[in-house]
Design a protein around this ligand. Structure first.
Ligand SMILES: Cc1ncc(COP(=O)(O)O)c(C=O)c1O
Length: 440
């Protein structure tokens, strides 16, 4: 009989660590989760065991798995011969729809992943300003490439040096690249003002996640995003919102519409492809029109804006625009957070579950939400692994991000009954961890 262990033994002979994305190794279960299939809100492992999926493809499966609208898009793509590496009327249609929805978008281009989207847009921001440095916010994540995988999420031991010597988040990256990075704390207007006073003349952009899903779900404090908007505009620095995760989780316009703060440019990704690889970068016309063939900036690629995910993107938007879509997600959000907050209060647990739309974080060791990255150092990774393991053993799959306080969520195909089942599992798993949650 197939098992995760036997599949892992076979896979690791040919795939480093048995996976194609390092983050797919699940430390809570000791192997990667090898899936046999997924449908709606459920995923089955290779042995045929079903789980309620609370990972939802890291936020990409907001429509749930195997949604009929995506099936129809795939069939249509088959009929069109997957005409890829060509522009089609569907590309233009998707671009038009998104430029209507995303406040900062006059123009848009599509690629496959969030990592690619930030890479291309950083180049454009540099070309636009003629400056090289990047002011980035601690705790925020913008993909794995060399331009920005620096100074974002240093371990606690390297954190004290991060502002003078930005932390290289992987071996293999030239140390000299850290010279381009200026890390600042989230939610600290004074620190950003100081960074701009010192480096404004050489900074091309301020890049941030408007909701910091990648480090404990930290929300922008009231007035912070508006203050960043003003400071960047005054200094002629491009304001870059990375909405790869926040786009579509709560509304069609993304966090920029929700907070009423329009950046100069932004990236969007994950949910937009309805589960297929699609991301985009967009912004003000004068910045985006720097791309060749209008301007001088190069951005090309054989698989850019592949027709299949473009059709899936149109199908996703059509579903998300239906009146019931966000109503449904709101119902699930209310049911889940009312329930989880009750469990926390009833058992007096040291844990917060900040949320924004259909995505939430589990941050251990605190009773109030974090405001900046270092506030998340109370999170105990070993206890998190116990928590995730307990849920896994009871049929609920939360993905493990190395025990970190990263994000989880549900899809529009999850039912209130399933949210109830997840809450019962948490009611079972959390109270025995109470003492460990209080350790710090
Ligand atoms: C805010 C943000 N930016 C960029 C990325 C990278 O996206 P991808 O995994 O599609 O490369 C992620 C992925 O989690 C993200 O959350």
């Amino acid at each position: 009989m197939k098992s995760l262990k036997s599949q892992y033994a076979k896979a690791r002979k040919v795939l480093p660590g048995g996976v194609n994305s390092s983050a797919r190794f699940n430390h809570a279960i000791g192997t990667p989760f090898y899936a046999s299939r997924a449908k709606g809100s459920r995923v089955w492992d290779i042995a045929g065991r079903p789980f309620i999926d609370m990972c939802c493809a890291h936020g990409a499966a907001l429509l749930g798995h195997g949604h009929p609208a995506i099936d129809r898009a795939l069939k249509k793509a088959g009929k069109l011969g997957y005409a890829h590496s060509f522009e089609t009327e569907y590309h233009e249609q998707l671009a038009h729809e998104l430029c209507e929805l995303i406040p900062c978008a006059d123009r848009i281009r599509f690629c496959s992943s969030g990592t690619e989207a930030t890479l291309h847009l950083i180049r454009t921001c540099r070309a636009f300003t003629g400056r090289d440095k990047i002011i980035r916010v601690e705790g925020h994540f913008h993909g794995y490439h060399e331009l920005i995988y620096i100074g974002g999420q240093p371990p606690a031991s390297a954190f004290p040096r991060n502002r003078t010597q930005p932390y290289l988040e992987s071996p293999g990256m030239p140390a000299a690249l850290a010279d381009f990075i200026i890390p600042v704390p989230f939610n600290d207007e004074a620190a950003l003002a100081r960074a701009i006073a010192e480096h404004g003349h050489e900074a091309a952009m301020v890049i941030l996640e408007p909701v910091n899903f990648n480090s404990g779900g930290i929300q922008p404090q009231p007035g912070y995003l508006a203050a960043v908007r003003k400071m960047t505009r005054d200094a002629g620095i491009v304001l870059f919102f990375d909405e790869i995760q926040s786009a579509f989780k709560k509304s069609l316009g993304g966090a920029q519409a929700e907070w009423g703060v329009t950046p100069d440019v932004c990236t969007i990704g994950k949910a937009i492809g309805g589960g297929l690889p699609l991301s985009a970068f967009c912004g003000r016309a004068e910045i985006m029109d720097l791309f060749q063939p209008v301007g001088p900036v190069q951005h090309s690629g054989t698989f850019n804006a592949h027709l299949v995910p473009v059709l899936a993107g149109l199908a996703f938007l059509a579903e998300a625009a239906k009146p019931g879509f966000y109503r449904r997600l709101q119902q699930l959000e209310k049911a889940f957070h009312t329930g989880v907050d009750q469990i926390i209060a009833q058992h007096d647990l040291n844990l917060v579950v900040p949320h924004h739309g259909a995505r939430f974080n589990l941050l251990l060791g605190r009773t109030t939400p974090a405001v900046r990255y270092e506030d998340t150092f109370c999170h105990d990774r070993a206890v998190m692994l116990e928590l995730l393991r307990g849920c896994y053993e009871r049929g609920v799959y939360f993905h493990d991000y190395g025990g970190g306080p990263a994000h989880h969520g549900y899809s529009v195909q999850h039912t209130l009954q399933e949210i109830g089942e997840v809450l019962s599992v948490l009611e079972d798993v959390l109270p025995p961890l109470k003492e460990k949650l209080c350790r710090r």
